[in-house]
Design a protein around this ligand. Sequence first.
Ligand SMILES: [Zn+2]
Length: 297
Amino acid sequence: MNKIIGLLIIGLTIISCKDIKKGAEDGYADATKKDTIPKVTLHVFDGGKIVVNNLELFSEDTTYHGQTKTFADAFYVIQHPKGNLIWDAGLPENLVGLPEPFTDPSGAFTVSRQDSVVNQLKTIGLTPKDFKYIALSHSHFDHVGHANHFKNSEWLVQENEYDFFTNDSAQVKHADIYSMIKDLNNIKKLQGEYDVFNDGTVIIKPMPGHTIGHQVLYLNIGLEKPLLLTGDLYHFEENRTHRRCPIFNYNIPQTKQSMETFENFAKEINADVIIQHSQKDFDKLKALLKAQKTNSK
Ligand SMILES: [Zn+2]
């Protein structure tokens, strides 16, 4: 898979020439009292599309043999009184403006991206300089695309993920990925859960396995239910239902353990779960945020 991703990026290049808060439990409890929640706004944006031409890569068995699927590739902006956070960074921006979608040499993926982050942020009156924080669910090519724009932001990354993708040999082995995160020099290395604004509204939760330091995002921002953004813990609904793992995961047993932890937590807080690569969930979240906006007028 890394080979596939490597080839994909090489191809693209050619073409375009607080540590866990003690009492985090209390944080959850406090944040459920709606009157104590500061005004936090969430936006979701389109970071591209991925047509998976060989869906069999997304299960340990042959369930998806011969199937294809289109993935959304979303990124998210959270505006908080204490600063803005961008969660994930879409597909590489050198896809923008290509006459047609790009297929990697192995043929596994066909990818496209309509617009740059700078243009998309303009629609809500922001620029990359307005972001205090950037956090990525993990460092795969379809989640780091426009990360380098955020070089002034603090990068909230699990320490093991940072080391894995930036050590001397990774800079060569994962040169494609490294090139898209190398300008992030303001680094906050995390060792576990992290309450970004220290008020229980936006919490990064480690869910390792897809990559060594993969993480998901918990948002308790006054919507009807708390939200959980899955990163790539799951890529689509069936994989959540049957707890199937892509064969290219860093550690499959660890992923299954993370799925267990995730589902227990989702149940405990009665969360709306948003699978980030699901077009259905992308549309659902857009509709939910639109309804919220209308209600608050
Ligand atoms: Zn991934």
